[in-house]
Ligand binder design. Structure first.
Ligand SMILES: [Cu+2]
Length: 676
């Protein structure tokens, strides 16, 4: 399946090669700068926003997907299932409480058991940056966003000529990654092609045991931009990716995660006044089975009647129209509307022979869910004085969804539907001193989100006879923070306190239900760095969230424990070195059997752990760098609280449903890059 996509990538690679040669001939080279410095503690960028350079090395080395990449940010956790495709959790919130925008597109995965959160379709290095906006403090990135929103973006480059980069990574457990990006720009045309591939064998945990976790991932993107007139821009984009991933927590593996996205963006105007329209379509095709990446008794041998295969797909079409207006120096106004529609289908082959399961493409795809959401938003930025700014926004969405039952892969039977109007809004004051070295903010935000696909179907939010079991979830949150940047240090503190009315709480897989409860949460993230002279930096971050389920009088399930990272970096003119330690507290505030669409609390508390990592980088000339690291240096045998249970019985692997899927043991890696 991978080879099919590789052929489809030929166009993008060809674009890359043509651009490289053209650029050298033209001798008008501009650089895509990549920094070799290894990120262990990212710094808050400003107020509620953190931006990370997606091409920089990160420690511990992430698997090549969006969730693993974000784990380095204070407050982020990943629910591990195997190698790739972990589910991102921010401040203890996951699923549709945390939106992902890729190139202005929003879409969900296809798997009813979340083998493919949206981040499974993200190849971080093929973007230029990832921007996190914390809390419900924006309304222009779609509905929900109670935890926050992460937007993966590409730079708009004005430089003329050619630029590009090639990078590669090798590491323990057969890890091999490659990335190539090439760009070429003239005053009227931009071309960009990128290709990435990553693969890993099963890793070993800290005790040396094999974890069922192998994966392969490839992606290609081609972009073509025109400037028909001064001040107008039209961009076409197409992305193809495919992947396979083995899982340690369940009875099936993902043998296909296929994405095709295309879109067009038109913009008129400059930075301060513009109109823009984005239209896009994404198609996800996902196959899971119990024979491609594991051995199952009586599948393909013996009685040959135990093969399982499910094939699901989702088509998402969307558009976003928005305008930015700056009537005076003191006021920026943003108005817009977005629309998204998706349709999901399935075809299921349970307890069949291998031949029957592998013939799945001959059956019809049967619609089992569809939804539509359209929203209007307005945001204002008001400059009250040189040191005081106010931000506000309002949003309203209209949502409707219908659930259908797939009857024998032949018939789609209407079960029920729901319609909701949803309101969101925020207001925030930011204050700084004259030289901007001290900043503080206080904001209040409200958001409402409807049940998502998983809550509606996998957890029966909508059932037969048009019965709707849950109401939309409402979040009311205060965000409060400050940052200081002095000559020798920087400090960022973000805090929040939230009431969640009708929080959608799921009950474990045996019951497969969802209900509304009242939740109360508060927490903070802090990052700090202290510069000891020219070369040395002490740095650290910590994050904590405490959450209560007030309806059940228990802790809110799936809340990560306190965690802290401390490190020392040495930055020389050629060499950099870093050492960091991550300590994660035990989590005994649990509610066994309860959780979210992403996972459930286990029967017992999760133990604490600590890991140590070291790294070094060297810049060889202005365009070539190498970084290397050892993660989990002491081979700690541990698992994260929010990770899925290691419950699958797989021939040749350890099964223990009382523990989470264990993290990798001591891991060596080497990453190098060349930019031009
Ligand atoms: Cu799946």
């Amino acid at each position: 399946m991978l080879s099919t996509t590789c052929r489809a990538f030929a166009a993008a690679v060809l674009v890359s090669v043509v651009c490289v040669n053209f650029g050298i001939a033209e001798n008008s080279i501009t650089s895509i700068d990549i920094e070799p410095i290894v990120i262990t503690v990212p710094e808050n960028t400003s107020g509620l926003v953190t931006i990370i350079d997606t091409k920089q090395p990160i420690q511990p080395i992430p698997v090549n997907d969006g969730a693993s990449f974000l784990k380095v940010l204070p407050g982020f956790s990943v629910a591990r299932k195997g190698g790739g495709s972990g589910d991102p959790v921010y401040r203890g919130l996951s699923g549709s409480r945390l939106n992902f925008i890729l190139d202005g597109m929003e879409f969900l995965g296809g798997c009813g058991s979340r083998m493919d959160p949206p981040t499974a379709y993200i190849f971080p290095e093929t973007y230029d940056s990832a921007k996190l906006i914390k809390g419900p403090q924006s309304v222009r990135y779609g509905n929900g966003n109670s935890a926050g929103v992460v937007s993966f973006e590409r730079d708009t480059r004005q430089d003329e000529g050619a630029s590009g980069l090639v990078s590669g990574t090798v590491g323990s457990w057969g890890r091999v990654d490659g990335l190539s990006v090439a760009r070429y720009s003239t005053p009227s045309v931009d071309l960009e092609g990128s290709f990435s591939h990553a693969q890993s064998d099963n890793y070993h945990d800290g005790s040396g045991a094999d974890v069922h976790s192998q994966y392969k991932r490839s992606s290609a993107t081609a972009l073509l931009g025109f400037r028909p007139t001064d001040g107008s821009h039209v961009k076409l984009d197409i992305t193809r990716s495919d992947a396979e991933a083995a899982f340690s927590d369940r009875a099936l593996d993902g043998s296909l995660f296929d994405r095709t996205s295309y879109g067009i963006t038109g913009t008129i105007g400059g930075e301060s006044d513009n109109l823009s329209l984005r239209v896009y379509s994404t198609y996800i095709d996902h196959v899971m089975d119990n024979f491609s990446l594991r051995q199952t008794t009586n599948c393909g041998s013996g009685t040959d009647n135990r093969c399982l295969l499910m094939n699901v797909d989702r088509r998402t079409n969307g558009l976003r129209a928005s305008g930015t207006f700056t009537p005076t120096d003191m006021l920026v106004l943003r108005l817009g509307s977005d629309f998204k529609q998706d349709e999901h289908s399935s075809r299921n082959f349970m307890n069949r022979s291998l031949v029957a399961a592998e013939a799945f493409t001959s059956a019809a795809r049967i619609k089992d869910f569809e939804s539509q959401i359209r929203g209007f938003f307005s945001e204002v930025d008001i400059k009250l004085s040189d040191t005081l700014n106010m931000y506000g926004g309002l949003r309203q969405d209209h949502w409707q969804a219908s659930r259908f039952q797939n009857v024998g892969n032949t018939q789609s039977l209407f079960l029920g539907g729901d319609v909701q109007n949803l309101n969101s809004g925020f207001l925030r004051i930011e204050i700084s001193n004259v030289n901007d070295s001290v900043n503080a903010y206080v904001g209040y935000g409200l958001s409402e989100r409807p049940m998502d696909y998983w809550e509606a179907t996998s957890f029966n939010g909508i059932v037969a006879n048009d019965v709707v079991n849950v109401q939309p979830e409402e979040t009311a949150q205060w965000d409060l923070g400050f940052s200081m940047r002095g000559g020798s240090f920087s400090l960022n503190v973000s805090t929040y306190i939230a009431d969640m009315n009708n929080y959608l709480l799921t009950v474990d897989e045996a019951t497969d239900s969802v209900s509304n409860i009242q939740a109360h949460r508060y927490g903070a993230e802090v990052d700090i760095r202290y510069f000891l002279g020219e070369h040395w930096t002490l740095l650290g971050s910590t994050s904590y969230v405490r959450a209560e389920n007030e309806t059940r009088n228990t802790p809110l399930a799936q809340t990560p424990p306190l965690e802290t990272v401390v490190g020392v970096n040495y930055a020389g003119s050629i060499w950099d070195f870093g050492v960091s330690m991550r300590y994660v507290n035990a989590q005994d505030r649990i509610d066994p059997g309860y959780g979210s669409v992403v996972g459930f609390d286990r029967q017992s508390a999760t133990p604490s752990f600590k890991t140590i990592a070291v790294n070094s980088s060297v810049r060889i000339g202005p365009q070539f760098y190498m970084s290397a690291g050892i993660d989990n240096l002491l081979d700690e045998n541990y698992f994260e609280h929010v990770s899925r249970s290691n419950a699958a019985s797989i021939t040749g692997f350890v099964t223990d449903s009382n523990v989470g899927v264990r993290e990798p043991g001591r891991t060596f890696w080497l990453k190098s890059g060349f930019d031009f």
